[in-house]
Design a protein around this ligand. Sequence first.
Ligand SMILES: CC/C=C\C/C=C\C/C=C\CC/C=C/CC(=O)SCCNC(=O)CCNC(=O)[C@H](O)C(C)(C)COP(=O)(O)OP(=O)(O)OC[C@H]1O[C@@H](n2cnc3c(N)ncnc32)[C@H](O)[C@@H]1OP(=O)(O)O
Length: 280
Amino acid sequence: MLKRYNIILYSTNKIVNSCRYVSQSMLKSTVNEKTGIATVIINKPPVNCISLELLNKINTEINKLQKDNIRGMILTSVRSLQKVFCGGLDIKEFYNPNPDRLAKYLTNLQDTWLSLYMTSFPTVSVINGHSLGGGCLIAMCCDYRVMVGPDYTIGLNETKLGVVPPKWFQDTMAAIIGHRKAEVSVIAGKTYTTDEALQIGLVDESSPDIDNAYKKGIQFLNSFEKISPWAFKMTKNISRQPISQWLIDNKQKDLEFVFNYMQTPSVQKHLGLYLQSLKK
Ligand SMILES: CC/C=C\C/C=C\C/C=C\CC/C=C/CC(=O)SCCNC(=O)CCNC(=O)[C@H](O)C(C)(C)COP(=O)(O)OP(=O)(O)OC[C@H]1O[C@@H](n2cnc3c(N)ncnc32)[C@H](O)[C@@H]1OP(=O)(O)O
């Protein structure tokens, strides 16, 4: 039986020296058996945007780690991408979608958010690049955020694409920076530089380089060494349950609304224009 571990969601290959397992594509996950800390690395070039397949992998991995009783987790992005933590949800999943796949995607998105937001172990995102839309969402799900800077950006920019960030996206941000700041932020689809994100409390610490950011993440996880895992889990649960319970109670309604809304001509037109603007 493994010790109880913390999770840091982070993108590097060289930190972990004692690996329990590694999955080769899109998501690499390693657990340091000495420390009980998992490092989960998103590895989907060119910009780590989240397809249905990646979403499945993230959710499966979190659920596996949950069963393994790890002490903590770091979530990050592979170093070779250099300037992107996560480019957000894959817009191609929403543009001219296959309805069956879109329904699967949205359901998986709900489930993955619930898994990551409610982990019973501490989690850290080491944000080693731009983190937009769904990228910002997964970083915000973690218990602590360390962002590399100064030149990266983070934010829920959905309105800039002509889509609405669902209630649970907005609630996740409001729980971190407060309702008023989150409202101003999501309405305008604002993105923040590392320094700005630190200033408004969207991230907890900044770092000029990835190694240092990773160390800060580990320090955060180590701060739980003397905290009972049960006390951690129950306290986090009480803190986050009101937000997660809303989605659990409204999953079908939320799914149907987004599923229909996404396929309206006006949303499709905006998504098409946004995708075009991203093309080189
Ligand atoms: C109650 C609710 C009511 C209604 C709700 C209705 C709907 C809500 C449902 C769900 C909500 C929808 C939520 C969406 C959340 C999102 O995440 S939307 C996406 C947000 N992300 C972005 O806007 C990032 C866009 N990308 C960039 O800004 C840059 O690519 C980035 C800074 C990340 C990196 O820049 P750079 O290194 O220069 O790379 P390129 O720009 O050259 O990109 C490389 C190729 O990758 C393609 N690409 C980039 N991002 C995405 C993406 N998110 N999805 C798909 N594809 C992407 C880009 O087009 C390039 O492709 P090419 O090589 O040219 O083919």
